[in-house]
Design a protein around this ligand. Structure first.
Ligand code: HEC
Length: 156
């Protein structure tokens, strides 16, 4: 029994922890991001290749062809933008609350209200465990921001 414990400890120190540090533990979070269809409104440009791969795997698992129809509508209103640097500005606590109750965070102008409603419909509805995995992933995204800095509908 003791051997098992020591083995587990060594495994953690030499394998799992460094893996997490390198961000490879994020594969699980990326999977949830794709399976929750967050990509229909958001990009993670810094990880575009991995996201594409995950989408292919998801499509295969479901036996369907993934149409990016939602994201191709050209409807800028529902666009959430690039999340490559979201972990720089938001911590896990904020993200945990936001992905489940996004409405509270939107400005109250008419335009933003409409967007907030759409966002609410697509809020995260997975399990507690998936939520933690997803949020840990999002909080770890600290790349440089890619692209546009368009006006935000969020309060702060
Ligand atoms: C219907 C489109 C839509 C979908 C689907 C969607 N989002 Fe969003 N998301 C938005 C919009 C719009 C905003 C607000 C962008 C703004 O105005 O700054 C946003 C903002 C965010 C933010 C805050 C970004 C910041 O600047 O702090 C996070 C984090 C986020 N979304 C995560 C997710 C996750 C995770 C999923 C999948 C469970 C998801 N979103 C699905 C539209 C969407």
């Amino acid at each position: 029994m003791r051997h098992v414990c020591i083995y587990a400890l060594l495994l953690t120190i030499f394998f799992i922890y460094p893996t997490l540090l390198r961000g490879e533990g994020n594969a699980a979070g990326r999977k949830i991001f794709v399976e929750s269809r967050c990509y229909t409104c958001h990009t993670i440009k810094a990880e575009a290749a991995q996201i594409e791969k995950e989408k292919e795997a998801f499509a295969k698992a479901k036996g369907v062809e993934l149409k990016d129809e939602d994201s191709k509508k050209g409807d800028d209103e529902k666009k959430g933008g690039d999340l490559s640097d979201v972990g720089k500005n938001r911590d896990s606590e904020w993200l945990t609350e936001f992905v489940q109750k996004p409405k509270n965070y939107f400005k109250t102008e008419a335009d933003c209200k409409k967007i907030a409603k759409k966002k609410y419909r697509k809020r995260f509805k997975g399990s507690e465990e998936e939520l933690i995995t997803l949020v840990t992933y999002l909080a770890s995204l600290k790349y440089e921001k890619h692209g546009e800095g368009s006006e935000s509908c969020l309060k702060e």
